[in-house]
Write a protein that binds this ligand. Structure first.
Ligand code: IPM
Ligand code: MN
Length: 338
């Protein structure tokens, strides 16, 4: 049976890269039953719609959501980010944002890949805070960080499980020397989960500022990283930048409990400056599509062919990664490898 997938091309280059992602999935032999949703900054500017509850209700019955990028000039900051993207992450309980990075071999270093598990439903993203005396000389703004033991622990457990499927090495990244409350909770969750259930996984800890140096100078030290929402947001842009550019960086917003659909999107944004010009690299979206196939396959008793398709898509992307061409030319090249 075809997987039921909601498509949100979104704004800017989003629809262009998603078209290539779908083209490649089709070429890999996986048939999807897609439903299009016209949502994003442009739709908001058009008629004020952000994410209707009726759409959210429909999504709960889907197998997955494939999203390009949302955000358009002229929309006030936060309207689409909070109202659509974060609402999707929170309401569908997409508590892991999984972001893989692959470094090509160079003259100085061998190839290497590593993954960041970003907690995706809490921290500063929870939106705690507010203003007092706004727009007066005595204005106060607070922006809190929400960290539940449950939230940290479930991200940490996912990361330990992932490490066990790879090289048995997990690094916690935080800022425990300054964030002595949330950092303490994260560190205890990490250490206690390891002691209880993952004694065989080797662990490390880095402060986030030091991790920025290691991302640039020594990424080989990492296999799996687990970190909070904001640190994960920032670190994964850096991860993209050091591994071939943000045009290659893919991500999966996962509900590992599978109580609803998970959502798959490139790390990059809508890039309105190059929208509609076929200039965007579709590889990030195509690899996000491969992550979608992987996750669908894992949840499917008959998912073998889908998992195989995901592996073939990744190999085809590897073969095309240094190619230049238009968005659709790159999508065609990847498809032709399949
Ligand atoms: C990302 C993006 C989002 C985030 C924005 C658009 C809200 O930067 O997916 O990394 O901060 O999570
Ligand atoms: Mn980001």
């Amino acid at each position: 049976m075809a997987y039921r997938v909601g498509i949100v091309g979104g704004d800017g280059i989003g629809p262009e890269v998603i078209a290539e992602g779908l083209k490649v999935i089709d070429a890999a032999g996986v048939s999807l039953d897609t439903v299009d949703y016209d949502l994003g900054g442009a739709r908001y500017l058009d008629d004020g719609t952000v994410l209707p509850d009726s759409v959210l209700a429909e999504w709960r019955d889907l197998d997955a959501i494939f999203l390009g990028a949302v955000g358009a000039p002229g929309v006030p900051p936060g309207v689409i980010e909070r109202g659509l993207l974060l609402k999707m992450r929170f309401e569908l309980d997409l508590y892991v944002n999984l972001r893989p990075f692959k470094l090509a071999a160079t003259d100085d270093a061998p190839g290497h890949d590593f993954m960041v598990v970003r907690e995706n439903t809490e921290g500063t993203y929870a939106g705690e805070g507010g203003f007092l005396r706004k727009n007066t000389p005595h204005e106060i703004a607070t922006q809190g960080s929400v960290n539940t033991r449950m939230g940290a622990e479930r991200a940490v457990r996912f990361a330990f499980d992932l490490a066990k499927t790879r090289n048995n090495h997990l690094t916690l990244v935080h800022k425990t020397n300054v964030l002595t409350f949330s950092g303490d909770l994260w560190e205890r969750a990490f250490n206690e989960v390891q002691a209880a259930d993952y004694a065989d996984v080797e662990t490390a800890y880095n402060h986030v500022d030091a991790a920025c140096i290691y991302f640039v100078q020594d990424p080989q030290r990492y296999d799996v990283i687990v970190t909070d929402n904001l640190f994960g947001d920032i670190l994964t842009d850096l991860g993209g930048a050091v591994s071939g550019g943000i045009g290659l960086a893919s991500s999966a917003n996962l509900n590992p409990a599978r109580t609803g659909p998970s959502m798959f999107e490139p790390v990059h944004g809508s890039a309105p400056d190059i929208a509609g010009q076929q200039k965007a690299n579709p590889i990030a979206a195509i690899l996000s599509g491969a992550m979608m196939l992987d996750f669908l396959a894992e949840g499917d008793d008959h998912g073998g062919a889908t998992a195989d398709a995901a592996a073939r898509v990744r190999a085809a992307c590897d073969a095309c990664v240094s190619m230049t061409g238009s968005t659709s030319e790159i999508g065609d090249a990847v498809s032709s490898k399949l």
